[in-house]
Design a protein around this ligand. Structure first.
Ligand code: DAT
Ligand code: MG
Length: 151
C-alpha cells in the first residue's frame, strides 16, 4: 500500500461529546492504518499556527480560542487516497451541508462545532503532521489486515 498520510484531529467538542471511539471506528473500519495518536490541549499560539491559512477570516480568533479550549485528539492515518477520502468521510465544512453518512453529517449541527479536522491536501498534510508530531511519534509497522484491505 502507498504511504500516503493525513492529519486528523478530533476537536474539543468531539472529545467532550464522547465521540472519540465513533470517529476512530470510521477510519479504522474503512481500512486505514493509525500511525500516531495523542491527546493534547493546544495553546492559542499553536492553534493560530495550525489555522494560519485562515488568519484573515472574521472567525479566526474564535476558532483558535475554541481549538485551544480543551483536549484535542491528534492523529495520523495512513492508506491509499487517505487525504482525499478522509475528507469525504468527514463531510462538508458546514454540517448543515454535510451528507448523512459522513462524520459531520451524522454527528454535528453547526460549522463552529463541527467536531473534526482533516488535512485538505498533500502539502497541508505534511505541514500539519510536522506541526503536531515529532518524527519518532509516527509508528511504522505492518498491519496484519493490509493484504486483505489491498489484495
Ligand atoms: P475544514 O475544517 O472543512 O477544512 P476550513 O479549513 O475552511 O474547513 O475552516 C476551518 C474551520 O474553521 C472549520 O472546520 C470550522 C471553522 N469555520 C469555517 N468556516 C466558518 C464560518 N463561516 N464560520 C465559523 N467557523 C467557520
Ligand atoms: Mg481546512
Amino acid at each position: 500500500a502507498e504511504l500516503e498520510r493525513t492529519f486528523i484531529a478530533i476537536k474539543p467538542d468531539g472529545v467532550q461529546r464522547g465521540l472519540i471511539a465513533e470517529i476512530i471506528s470510521r477510519f479504522e473500519q474503512k481500512g486505514y492504518k493509525l500511525v500516531a495518536i495523542k491527546l493534547v490541549v493546544p495553546s492559542k499560539e499553536f492553534a493560530q499556527k495550525h489555522y494560519h491559512d485562515l488568519s484573515e477570516r472574521p472567525f479566526f480568533n474564535g476558532l483558535c480560542d475554541f481549538l485551544s479550549s480543551g483536549p484535542v485528539l491528534a492523529m495520523v492515518w495512513e492508506g491509499e487516497g487517505v487525504i482525499k477520502y478522509g475528507r469525504k468521510l468527514i463531510g462538508a465544512t458546514d454540517p448543515q451541508k454535510s451528507e448523512p453518512g459522513t462524520i459531520r453529517g451524522d454527528l454535528a449541527v453547526v460549522v463552529g462545532r463541527n467536531i473534526i479536522h482533516g488535512s485538505d491536501g498533500p502539502e497541508t498534510a505534511v505541514d500539519e503532521i510536522n506541526l503536531w508530531f515529532k518524527p519518532e511519534e509516527l509508528v511504522n509497522y505492518t498491519s496484519n489486515a493490509e493484504k486483505w484491505v489491498y489484495g
